[in-house]
Write a protein that binds this ligand. Structure first.
Ligand SMILES: *Cc1c(COP(=O)(O)O)cnc(C)c1O
Length: 219
């Protein structure tokens, strides 16, 4: 299958999942995760109409996105991987959305950096729903307080919550937990679901799904 077919296939599955969940068509945003793929591999997705992309490394993104942005207007770039403070300046300059705000230090750094650049990104807080020690994210218990701190004290626009469920578990309960926390924090957006489980995520209320290998192929 060509990339364009795979992309259409993913879009069709999202639409089907929206319908089955009784949600209006087009309510779920597809974030095409292009990490490890170069600009030449990404161009066919852009040609097929895809405009929203996810990357997990700042440095890798700097090597391909400035060039693509110069060619095509209206691209939207999401950082979906961990962010170190020493990369915050580059991240603010390059991305439109950062989905991985997960600790006070990085929230403070982003707040200062966005003021400095006069560029205010939309942000998501990453939640470690499975309490996995190797995984980034704020704990579910700390989520409401952390979102409050980001908003009230740091003046950040926290638009949504994001999670990556444990690889070996049924993702449903993790998606349900993220949706519950979003209600408690009064955030509207839920970034959840990847190639293996995005249809399930749509059923649990995802407003965006982050799909990589199902579009671009195996990494
Ligand atoms: C790589 C990645 C994805 C996409 O994973 P696929 O299984 O290839 O769809 C989604 N979210 C995050 C945070 C990732 O790092």
């Amino acid at each position: 299958m060509e990339l364009q077919e795979r992309l259409e296939d993913v879009r069709a599955h999202i639409e089907k999942a929206e319908r089955e969940a009784g949600r209006p068509a087009g309510t779920v945003q597809l974030v095409a995760v292009s990490k490890t793929f170069d600009a030449a591999a990404i161009r066919p997705a852009i040609a097929a109409g895809q405009r929203v992309f996810g990357e997990n490394r700042v440095q890798e993104s700097q090597g391909k996105w400035p060039e693509l942005r110069a060619e095509i207007a209206g691209l939207e770039l999401h950082l979906i991987g961990p962010l170190q403070s020493n990369k915050a300046s580059e991240a603010v300059a390059l991305f439109d959305v950062i989905e991985t705000v997960d600790r006070e230090k990085i929230a403070r750094t982003l707040s200062e950096e966005m003021k400095r650049q006069g560029k205010y990104l939309r942000l998501y807080v990453q939640v470690n729903t499975g309490l996995e020690p190797q995984k980034a994210g704020i704990t579910p218990d700390d989520t409401v307080g952390f979102v409050e701190l980001c908003r009230a004290e740091l003046g950040l626009t926290i638009e949504g919550l994001m999670c990556i469920p444990p690889a070996d578990e049924n993702p449903g309960p993790h998606f349900a937990l993220l949706a519950k926390l979003a209600g408690e924090c009064n955030v509207a957006k839920l970034s959840m679901g990847m190639s293996s489980d995005y249809e399930i995520a749509v059923a649990f209320g995802a407003t965006s799904v982050r799909v990589g290998s199902a579009i671009f192929g195996a990494r």
